[in-house]
Design a protein around this ligand. Sequence first.
Ligand code: MG
Length: 244
Amino acid sequence: MRNYLLLFILVAGYSVQAQISDPKATEFYEPVPPKVKPGAQLGEAPEDAIILLGSGADASEWVSSSSGGDAEWNTEGDALVVKPGAGNISTRRKFGDMQLHVEWRSPNEPGKEGQGRGNSGIFLQDRYEVQVLESEGSDTYTNGQAGSIYKQTPPLVNALKPMGDWQSYDIIYTAPRFNADGILIRPAYVTLLMNGVVVQNNFEIKGPTEYIGLPHYVAHGDDVITLQDHSNEVAYRNIWVREL
Ligand code: MG
């Protein structure tokens, strides 16, 4: 019976293919993709991006994650710098699927090692951490180095520039989907380019980032982007997002 079914599918498929003789049958003219003016240089925000951190390090798009009040990190030119002890900061806006551009720079911290050196992170939807770490010449677990999805998977390669240089992350994120009962119907996926090099290729996120134990999804909707205060003076600049 199964063989007859397979034969039927093959013959039916062949006959559909045989009927298409006009190349126009597979050419579409609607919908027309909207025009978007790209940034003048790679890494520059395109015209349809929401600027989360632009020139002058205007932090008006950010709040303290714990209090909801003003983000109290330090500014240095166009950079917003972690103020140890001030706590995480989060966007005022909430996001789902997105393209996110972030630039960051490690501080020089002689004597600090592993997870204690240049540690910060970008929490997508306040839950899923793309790790920021000064990972050159320092021992730590690979699924905790820069470009890892923290404690879930290491980066495919280490494409970091030398410490003190600005690093760029381009993140393409597909949010998880839950049904009305809060059951996961599709996990989150993330692609990450570190300095233009793919280091995460559509990785299936296992659940919210956990320091101890295994991750488990809990239903949620659109949510904020959070930057981590891990007591290291990591600098951020040129952050923009496009909703997908
Ligand atoms: Mg971190």
